[in-house]
Design a protein around this ligand. Sequence first.
Ligand code: TRH
Length: 387
Amino acid sequence: MASSRSMCPVPPQSGCWDLFCSVVDNFGDIGVCWRLARQLAEEHGISVRLWVDDLHSAGRLIPSLDTGQASQWVDGVEVRRWDASFPAVEPGQVVLAAFACRLPEVFVEAMARRLPRPVWINLEYLSAEGWVADCHALPSPHPRLPLVEHFFFPGFDPRTGGVLREAGYAARRAAFPVNGFRSALGLPPPVPGELCVSLFSYENAGLAGLLEAWRQASRPVTCLVPEGRVVASLAPALGAGRLEVGDRFQRGALTVQVLPFVEQRRYDELLWACDLNFVRGEDSFVRAQWAARPFVWHIYPQDEDAHMVKLDAFLERFGAGLDGGPRRALADFWHAWNRGQGAAEAWPAFEAALPALAEHGERWAERLEAAGELASKLVQFCELKIE
Ligand code: TRH
């Protein structure tokens, strides 16, 4: 019976895992899940079945995905559309529920019947808060079924699950041709003193003031903006109508260019090509840290400003080892950006701190590496739990 229902058509080297991803909004949920799924398959030989309830969002990051197909293999990962009516399938050795998404009841029942029982992991959101290390890996027995769920917390501390980073990251980066990247966008090689900025952010009322500061800057500022939510704030600030991919504007010292949203693997290139990266959510926030360049985090807004606690927890952790001046400038600018006001006023001090932040970024990436790599830690954790 299991053979016709099993979803591991390719004999796995290291087992078969189910990863469930419910797309709440934007791209962070699928962004983390897709990166993790690829790593598990490519680097750990695991046969991953990724269940996604919104293939259209996924398709933005995975252009080769056929959004009309309920089941397909992409980059060694079996991508399955997660429909309301869930098929009868044999659960894998490990079941990962990303970001506390609720698994289909029939699937949970099947997990309880499977012997040996699957290792059940709830992959949590990333946070720099101190309590995360204490809660990482804690078990939670199911109230009714013979199953135990474990909470797996990404984080910045060696006692947490760490953050994702592909094994080939350093080599890809070393081989990256900045000038080739720019010339593909129709941009000349960087001129001395130029500041190149990537802007991947939510809508922001402070953007107009910041663009004005860049327009009046004493050096060229190139701002590369992937199409998406921030474009809604960009168009009025530039006095433009509807913005299209490829549009370029020159305003004083400032050049703004709208870029296409690229395949996930290629997003890193934009970060490597820039001196300062505005990022958001969770996955781009982590990528900016690996890029080891100064960055600005637009955190995902939550009710009752809960996100500001997380923002400050990160600033506290990240800022350790930074001198007082750059540290204050960083916090002031990040707060202004996240409040949507005062970014232009906070810019001069932040700009002056960029060289110190660039140096600090390298040191931080080393600390991040010391916290451990999430996919590897997850595999180790599950190997210990697999019966
Ligand atoms: O899109 P985000 O804002 O995602 C979220 C979600 O809102 C989610 O519900 C929330 O819980 C979470 O944030 C905290 O930001 P994030 O996480 O950075 O995801 C963006 C993804 O898009 C990331 O994987 C990088 C990818 N990307 C591309 O693949 N191509 C691109 O051109 C760009 C700009 C991004």
